[in-house]
Design a protein around this ligand. Sequence first.
Ligand code: IYT
Ligand code: CU
Ligand code: CU
Length: 252
Amino acid sequence: MAFPVPTRQDAYIVDFIPLASMDTVHHMLLFGCQTPVSTHSFCVQGTCEDEPAIMYAWARNAPPTKLPKDVGFKVGRSSGMSYFVLQIHYGDISPFIAGIYLLMSVDTVILPGKRVTDADVACDYTSYPIYPFAFRTHTHRLGKVVSGYRIRDGKWTLIGRQSPQLPQAFYPANKQVNVKYGDTLAARCVFTGEGKTSKTYIGGTSDDEMCNFYIMYYMDSRHAIPYMNCMEMGSEELFQHIPTEANVPIKV
Ligand code: IYT
Ligand code: CU
Ligand code: CU
């Protein structure tokens, strides 16, 4: 990016103060030009049309360079240098974007008096990799335990499991479980119809039920998708292989 030397007369550079970190910046070079490739103060490809005069170079968190007292680089019109051009080459920028993947059941019916009803949800994952770091479960009063899994090559790996009767916060997810294209995400909510005298459906009131498993994740910003959800039931065949822990109640 180019900056006009802010003077019609000659001027002198007497100090350099680099404001960068090697976490993101590989190097910075400061040139003087008579004719920059572009006069814009945003990044373009290229530095000077004429011969660039290098004035400063920085890399690897170098401390500021101090010029001796009474010493300066001459810039400005008569020096043949009317623009500063700062070249920044970026190194590892890799920022990540956080997002929420929500698995929810939309069609569960809990029969009155029936001891156990499983609400199962599963979807194929067909996007860029996500890295879950927290999970949250949500049901109303009839929920006993909610578990979420990644299925890869037929193997079920727990992302998180919690009682929805405990505070419904985001809890740390099982470490090192990433989700990538071709995996399946699955969740099971275990309900009981004991003590009920009528059917319970999914709905918004406290007499209704919900089955939610939220996954909080991060993913590479280049193809980040901040919200995704899954409302499919998943096949009976698939859920035959769910680990037995998914039906083990959690003491509250
Ligand atoms: C029918 C159901 O399960 N509702 C859930 C999940 C849900 C949340 C959001 C569905 C949609 C949403 O836009 I946000 I469509 C539900 O309402 N869960 C509550 C919400 O957070 C309020 C919960 O506490 O998890
Ligand atoms: Cu470099
Ligand atoms: Cu709810």
